[in-house]
Design a protein around this ligand. Structure first.
Ligand code: NAD
Length: 429
């Protein structure tokens, strides 16, 4: 099929290359010329495992093209995906400026019958909004349909998640439009669910908000564990082996961050409020999340007797492993607090250094875990990259001023850390 994807971020680019790899003719569109220059050379503008190989292959095979012209791309395509960003607006509701701008441009470019697919995470009613924008340009109603196809990929495993999604949700007013998407995705042989536009739009927010709440729940339990002497890992194991609960998203830690959970939870609360519903479960989940990192830092501050003049080193900056994305990462919250309280901050991350360095020039960036540990009064494990799981603790400790390890992701066991002379603090134990 002839497909175009507007927005070549984490979602749009991965969707584009995977569809191209399945043999579709795909045009990826972005307004960011620097991104397009990289893409044309086969260089991914983001870090995502496996992306470079598939990008190069699809460009070489001629299944993938990139352009900055929505007009050219749409006029060549049967299916047009909108995959632009929807960051939180000032009142917490998603800012749909980019979606609207793109919808106007699509309307001007439609020639043959076109299916316009909202893949961006957008609140209920956005499909209708896009439809109205296109109609307002005088496009005949029979010339197009708007479909909602929310994305569930996770950064760090985005290619795999796009190839093997748990489910594909397709919301449409007309069955024929949904069936066209079913045909597009049929080579993946994955479960597909056809719903109304509204249900599809809500499924995305409901899923992310539920997962965020699950993490907040176990983090709230972690606070009880710290008070009563229980161990949250054991509690989570005991809970998670109940099939009705499941073990995923039951790892206590510094809390949820990233480009999706905070914005989508906030978005659902704000949109629900506009509909007259007070989604107070999510407000509580957000409060637990906001307190989690601060509570951890309070414990560290107490242990150090204040941050002023102390060197605190961070292992990991990305909001989670295997990505360079730092949007709403917990590392940023930590850097802000430590800076305010006068600590000297050093950091190391395998890929996510650039964005943080630009935001916080006061942070000394280093090249390795051992370099970051050098002269540190405390080390905070912020992101659970695999390479942090197998550190030589003797070597690490020998570099530090004080062997103080604050493990924000429960990567190490107390027994192992203490064997190497570390004072070990973690969440929920
Ligand atoms: P992103 O910020 O990485 O990428 C968005 C891209 O859109 C950018 O490259 C930007 O230049 C481009 N863009 C913006 N306005 C444009 C315009 N008018 N014309 C052409 N290009 C334009 O965003 P993302 O992380 O890929 O997220 C996209 C959407 O998918 C969001 O709604 C997000 O909530 C949702 N989503 C994201 C993830 C994730 O893990 N990142 C997962 C599921 C859903």
């Amino acid at each position: 099929m002839r497909v175009c994807v507007i927005g070549t971020g984490y979602v749009g680019l991965v969707t584009g290359v995977v569809l191209a790899d399945l043999g579709n003719d795909v045009i990826c569109v972005d307004k960011d010329k620097a991104k397009l220059d990289k893409l044309r050379k086969g260089i991914p503008p983001i870090y995502e495992p496996g992306l470079e190989e598939i990008l190069k292959r699809t460009l070489n095979d001629g299944f993938l093209m990139v352009t900055d012209s929505i007009c050219d791309a749409v006029s060549e395509s049967e299916i047009v995906f909108i995959a632009v960003g929807t960051p939180p607006g000032e009142d917490g509701t998603p800012d749909l400026t980019a979606v609207k701008a793109v919808a106007h441009e699509i309307a001007d470019a439609i020639q043959e019958y076109t299916i316009v697919v909202n893949k961006s995470t957008v609140p209920v009613g956005s499909g209708d909004m896009v439809e109205q924008i296109i109609l307002s340009h005088g496009v005949e109603p029979e010339k197009f349909d708007v479909v909602s196809n929310p994305e569930f990929l996770r950064e760090g495993s985005a290619i795999h998640d796009t190839l093997v999604p748990d489910r594909i949700v397709i919301g449409a007013k007309k069955r024929e439009a949904a069936v066209k998407l079913v045909e597009l995705y049929s080579p993946l042989e994955r479960p597909m669910l056809i719903t109304s536009l509204q249900s599809a739009e809500l499924i995305k927010y409901a899923s992310n908000s539920f997962l965020a709440t699950k993490i907040s729940f176990i983090n709230a339990i972690s606070r009880l564990c710290e008070i009563c002497g229980a161990d949250v890992t054991d509690v989570a194991k005991g809970m998670g082996s109940d099939q009705r609960i499941g073990s995923q998203f039951l790892q206590a830690g510094l809390g949820w961050g990233g480009s999706c959970f905070p914005k989508d939870v906030q978005g659902l609360v704000a949109v629900a409020e506009k509909m007259g519903y007070d989604f107070d479960i999510l407000t509580a989940a957000t409060r637990v999340n906001n307190e989690q990192t601060q509570h951890f830092l309070d414990r560290l501050e107490k242990e150090l007797g204040g941050f002023k003049g102390k060197t605190v080193s961070l292992l990991g900056l990305a909001f989670k492993p295997n990505t360079d994305d730092i949007r709403d990462a917990k590392s940023l919250e930590i850097i802000e607090c430590l800076t305010e309280k006068g600590a000297k901050i050093k950091a190391y991350d395998p890929v996510a250094v650039e964005g943080v360095a630009a935001l916080y020039p006061q942070v000394e960036m280093t090249e390795s875990s051992y370099e970051v540990a050098t002269d540190a009064d405390a080390l905070i494990l912020v992101t659970e990259w695999n390479e942090f799981r197998h550190l030589d603790l003797e070597r690490l400790g020998s570099k530090m001023n004080r062997r103080l390890l604050f493990d924000g992701r429960r990567v190490y066991s107390r027994e192992r850390a203490e064997r190497f002379g570390f004072e070990y603090f973690t969440i929920g134990a």
